[in-house]
Design a protein around this ligand. Structure first.
Ligand code: FMN
Length: 385
């Protein structure tokens, strides 16, 4: 058997608390701490508990050179266990899946820390809304009670101020100030297809394609993008749009067209609630988009680059603001969230979570008449009208 190390792995020593009955009986709090090493590998979905001997062994095996397992003077079972976990890869047929996943990490050109940050930050089946409620961390007062006051809203000034000219508000200022994250969608009101088309055109559509060479194309859009690469791909989940069947679609930014995608039978709104990590205040929107990063597009230029992943996330930020402002302009309501169950969305869209993975969801619809979940509207621009 030939083996080599997986391409990206780092080790984290964690202090783990456990209940110790002896300590408890001696009048102590009863909590014992043990130190445990975890291997975080970029092609795996979760950290793997390893021993300190494993850490040393893995550290001796090169990622880019195949060697015979017989060359290593180590216990065969330990070696096989590390291969089974995927921390070492082997050329054995039963290890082909792990090898293929590791290969995708290699060819995608991830910067190692970004790969681990993205991979380990993905969720499956998390209900963040329930956790927030159960943990009594819903309101600002809840947070204050647990964490004390937040850092100041503005870094405290330490020099005299130079006042900038005060300018009268124009219609544009009024519109910008009317943007507010919607957490109260009218579940009974469908979204007109024209309105959806308009918001998508202003946010996602490409106005031009530039081809500097036969096999190179760059898109011009209303939003900026790191390297001009536009690595974000848009998927649409329609729940209640007039003239568009409920379903899952892919959006083509040059054609400004949707293509239906297969998805499992069942209640799509319930699935959306799951993708939104239980955030029922967003799931009521009649239309949702998922922004999926196609990392190889960005890392083609920014290879193993420390800023590349940040640039992809900044692209998502531009997109979400454009989405919200375009919605506001039409009297529609919108949201953006990063609290999503990425792994479940990957299963829906058939993504591998290495080359392609979702980074955020946005929604669009109409505001309900009543505010059941609080929105941030201190100047009453939304809820007094
Ligand atoms: C990247 C990003 C992630 C967000 N995630 C959530 C979220 O998970 N749940 C939520 O209710 N609001 C979310 N929001 C909305 C913010 O809470 C909201 O922008 C903030 O409270 C200010 O309110 P405003 O957007 O109405 O000005 C998110 C906003 C951004 C920009």
């Amino acid at each position: 058997m030939q083996i080599r190390r997986c391409s990206i792995v780092m080790f984290e020593p964690r202090a783990e608390l456990s209940l110790d009955l002896t300590l408890l009986l001696s009048g102590d709090a009863g909590l014992a701490t043990t130190m445990q090493w975890y291997a975080l590998a970029a092609h795996l979905d979760a950290p793997v508990a390893v021993s300190s001997e494993d850490v040393l062994l893995i550290g001796q095996i090169e990622p880019d050179r195949w060697i015979s397992a017989d060359m290593l003077a180590v216990d065969r079972d330990r070696l096989l266990r590390l291969v089974a976990h995927g921390l070492l890869t082997s050329d054995a047929p039963e290890n082909a899946d792990q090898l293929a996943r590791d290969e995708r990490i290699r060819v995608t050109n991830w910067w190692p820390l970004a790969a681990l940050s993205h991979r380990m930050g993905r969720w499956s089946g998390v209900n963040s809304a329930q956790e927030m409620r159960e943990g009594k961390l819903v309101t600002a007062h809840d947070l204050h009670a647990r964490f004390g006051p937040p850092p100041p809203s503005v870094a405290p000034p330490d020099a005299a101020a130079i006042q900038l000219p005060g300018l009268a508000d124009e219609a544009r200022d009024e519109q910008l100030a009317s943007r507010a994250t919607c957490r109260n969608f009218d579940r009974k009101r469908a979204l007109p297809l024209d309105a959806l088309s308009q918001v998508m055109k202003r946010t996602l559509k490409a106005h031009a394609a530039v081809r500097p060479g036969e096999d190179m194309e760059f898109l011009k859009k209303n939003i900026p993008s790191g390297g001009g690469l536009h690595p974000l791909e848009t998927y649409v989940i329609s729940l209640d749009v007039d003239g568009l069947h409920a379903g899952v679609y892919h959006y083509h930014p040059l054609e400004h067209a949707l293509r239906p995608l297969p998805h499992a039978e069942g209640d799509l709104r319930q699935s959306v609630l799951g993708y939104l990590a239980g955030q029922d205040w967003f799931a009521d929107a009649p239309l949702h988009i998922i922004q999926v990063a196609r990392f190889p597009r960005s890392f083609w230029k920014y290879r193993k680059h420390p800023k590349a992943y940040r640039a992809v996330l900044l692209d998502a930020g531009h997109l979400s603001q454009q989405w919200m402002l375009s919605a506001t302009e039409l009297g529609l309501a919108a949201y953006v969230t990063a609290a999503i169950n990425e792994i479940d969305v990957e299963a829906l869209l058939g993504l591998d979570g290495i080359e392609s993975s979702p980074v955020m969801m946005c929604g669009l619809g109409w505001r309900a008449n009543n505010q059941a979940t609080s929105e941030f509207d201190p100047l009453a621009r939304i809820w007094q009208r």
